[in-house]
Write a protein that binds this ligand. Structure first.
Ligand code: SF4
Ligand code: SF4
Length: 385
């Protein structure tokens, strides 16, 4: 009997090893297998998550409510689900230099250019991960035979980070993101739910944040309520991407030149010195989005917006939200030039005139959403609408 159990374990270990190998071949940096039964170990998650959902911090992210339902009934996502294979894919642009964190932080002081979160500068990660998960599943079928599966990348309501923690991929840092000792946090997570019984291999990784509080201290909008606790409605990533409406006036100056997402709490994380560049060129920067001038981006017509962001996740926020975000950043150029941020730069009157001209144009041409933010931006220049 013991011999039989031993040989079963050996076969499972061998299958896992083969799955990991084909996972790396499919472009992933980390692969971890979890038996769905392991989810039972997350006993406090439903309670804490319900508390979070009942707070007023969910904002426009009403889809989060679905997650809890599916946590209790994973079979509704994939009938007869037995295991989850969690994968991570590094996305740091291939041309990034060793001191990329410093270089990115510097961009936040350059008020004339827009800051786009690193993950969104290239091809839409949903598309990349889905494609690679599909090819991964095909390779797995060569190992275990045909099986049912579902590729999950953000749009399926599962707890990816908790699964990744269970799979030993990393720990949830004080900035609430998953951190891996060998790759930092600059990676995407994807999950392949499968109806084939696989054995969990890894154990939970312990927390290595220690006494560090760099992420909590740097946050421009003070979005952290404390370690591991984020109020997303103050987070710039939420405000510029998930939030569809008017950005609260008091938060606009704190957004600076960030026009799509925010990386600050990752840029200062010491573990990100271990971040690795992407294996794939899909995440290469498009449209110069790592250093594009705000006036240039603000001048795009809707057709240009659609054409230039084709295949990018930015397309999903829509043209009006895109303009809204840039209008806020343009308003913030005024205070930086007036000496609040980089007083050493000469304030060029022609660039000021150009910004004012463009803002006025947008007010007359665009939706109320853009108009409200463009009017606010104009007021930062003491200019009348
Ligand atoms: S992404 Fe930016 S705004 Fe959001 S919590 Fe991190 S540092 Fe704060
Ligand atoms: S910055 Fe420090 S505290 Fe924040 S996640 Fe990284 S290691 Fe943890």
């Amino acid at each position: 009997m013991t011999q039989l159990i031993k040989s079963k374990i050996a076969i499972s270990a061998e299958i896992n090893q083969k799955i990991e190998k084909v996972g790396y071949d499919s472009g992933f940096s980390t692969v971890s297998v979890i038996a769905i039964d392991e989810l039972k170990t997350l006993t406090s998650l439903p309670r804490n998550y319900t508390k979070y959902l009942n707070s007023n911090m969910v904002g426009d992210m009403t889809y989060l409510k679905k997650k809890l339902r599916y946590f209790h009934r994973p079979n509704e996502i994939l009938p007869n689900v037995k295991s989850a294979i969690v994968v991570a894919m590094n996305y740091l642009n291939q041309s990034s230099k060793q001191d990329w964190q410093k270089a990115e932080l510097k961009k936040l002081d350059s008020s004339d250019t827009g800051y786009v979160s690193i993950y969104a500068r290239g091809r839409d990660y949903h598309k990349v991960l889905k494609k690679n998960l599909k090819s991964f599943a095909n390779k797995i079928s060569m190992i275990i035979g045909e099986f049912g599966h579902r590729a999950c990348v953000d749009t399926v309501p599962i707890f990816e980070i908790e699964l990744a923690v269970l799979g030993g991929i990393g720990w949830r840092g004080k900035n609430t993101l998953l951190i891996n000792k060998d790759n930092g946090s600059i990676f995407f997570l994807g999950v392949l739910l499968v109806d084939y019984p696989l054995q969990s291999k890894k154990k939970i990784t312990t927390d290595h944040c220690g006494t560090c509080t760099a992420c909590l201290d740097i946050c421009p909008t003070k979005a952290f309520l404390g370690p591991y606790r984020l109020n997303p409605t103050r987070c710039i990533s939420y405000l510029t991407i998930e939030h569809k409406g008017i950005i609260p006036t008091e938060l606009r100056p704190l957004i600076g030149n960030r026009i799509y997402g925010c990386d600050d709490c990752q840029l200062v994380c010491p573990w990100n010195k271990f971040a690795k560049v992407a294996k794939l060129s899909d995440f290469d920067v498009r449209n110069g989005l790592d250093n594009a001038e705000l006036v240039y981006l603000f001048s795009w017509s809707e057709a240009e917006f659609r054409e230039r962001h084709a295949g990018s996740s930015i397309l999903r926020i829509g043209y009006q939200q895109w303009l809204r975000n840039i209008a806020v950043a343009l308003g913030n150029v005024a205070s930086s030039k007036n000496g609040n941020r980089d007083s050493s730069e000469n304030y060029k009157d022609d660039s000021k005139e150009k910004i004012i001209f463009l803002l006025k144009k947008r007010i007359s041409e665009s939706s109320n959403l853009v108009g409200v933010h463009a009017s606010w931006a104009l007021r930062q220049y003491d200019s009348k609408v």
